[in-house]
Design a protein around this ligand. Structure first.
Ligand code: NAD
Length: 285
């Protein structure tokens, strides 16, 4: 595998997790975000996550130090120019992503692969915004990245076999299990899970049960490890809302109509764990 240096755009929930697993596998990683505060928060989260692994005897203090030593940070996208692959994990917003990919296309080396961790935005459209469409691909990691084994590897219509092969190898190298999927609204994982979460939100919105009740029903009755509303808080209310809208618009099918509660929660700033409040309150945690 000829990937040695990785750029990660976005140091949020997913970005810092991706940085952590790549750095822990021995790769050099440059983590980029729009401001120092975001980058610092990303680094603090990684250090905390590594500390938890030390407490569980999964890694040593030495492992932590060598992982952190593989990470550098920046607020300038141009600093990713000499990376072998960039994995974009910025906010789930098409205009933001297209702008990032256009800039990366301009500034990166011609051979650099450009991957996106998007949950739902068309990879074919993202690829089409660049002059290197065959080197654009989806690497859809699951949350929390250091824990979850899957990477859904999504081929845009234009993605070359060579790009797919490299990303497949990279996914395995960082300890993940890649599964191939085609580009379509929500790909596979979110096409299935997000409508279920949306339905759980409707059940809550209609007052049929409390958030705890809905989650317990799905845990005790369906053997889910986490209830759908707690999962929505973990993923991010804004992210779920963005994905269900993409499914609704992409298929034009009313079965994907977003529950009105998503817009209300986003307006209220109730974005889930990352903002301290979603369906549950995390303020004191
Ligand atoms: P987040 O809100 O936690 O983090 C997004 C980060 O992107 C923020 O730090 C923000 O400052 C940064 N950002 C925004 N615009 C930027 C720009 N122009 N350049 C650089 N950085 C920028 O979001 P997240 O949950 O980490 O989601 C990131 C991506 O991962 C989204 O595409 C999302 O759909 C996808 N994803 C999320 C989950 C999940 O469970 N949260 C799972 C799989 C995939």
């Amino acid at each position: 595998m000829n990937i040695k240096i990785i750029g990660v755009v976005g140091a949020g929930t997913m970005g810092n997790g991706i940085v952590q697993v790549c750095a822990a596998a021995g790769l050099k990683v440059i983590m980029q975000d729009i401001g120092e505060a975001q980058v610092e928060r990303g680094l603090t989260t990684i250090a905390g996550s590594l500390d938890r692994l030390i407490k569980k005897d999964k890694i040593s203090e030495q492992d932590k130090q060598s992982t952190l030593a593989n990470i550098s940070t920046t607020t300038a996208l141009a600093d990713l120019a000499d990376t072998d692959i960039v994995i974009e994990a910025a906010t789930e917003n098409e205009a933001i992503k297209l702008d990032i990919f256009r800039q990366l296309d301009e500034l990166c080396q011609p051979q650099t692969i450009l991957a996106s961790n998007t949950s739902s935005i068309s990879l074919t459209r993202i690829a089409g915004a660049t002059q290197r469409a065959e080197q654009v691909i989806g690497m859809h990691f699951m949350n929390p990245v250091p824990v979850m084994a899957l990477v859904e590897v999504i081929r845009a219509l234009q993605t070359s076999d060579a790009t797919f092969q490299t990303v497949h190898e990279l996914s395995e190298f960082i300890g993940k299990i890649p599964i191939e999927a085609k580009d379509s609204p929500g790909f596979v994982a979110n096409r299935i899970i997000v409508p279920m979460i949306n339905e759980a939100a409707y059940v809550y919105y209609e007052g049929l049960a409390s958030a705890e009740g809905i989650d317990e029903i799905m845990k005790l009755g369906m053997a889910h490890t986490m209830g759908p509303l707690m999962l929505a808080d973990l993923i991010g209310i804004d992210v779920i809302y963005a994905v269900i809208k993409v499914l609704h618009e992409g298929f034009g099918d009313s079965k994907y109509r977003p529950c009105p509660i998503w817009q209300q929660m986003v307006d209220a700033g109730y974005l889930g764990r990352k903002s301290g409040r979603g369906f549950y309150n995390y303020a004191d945690k």
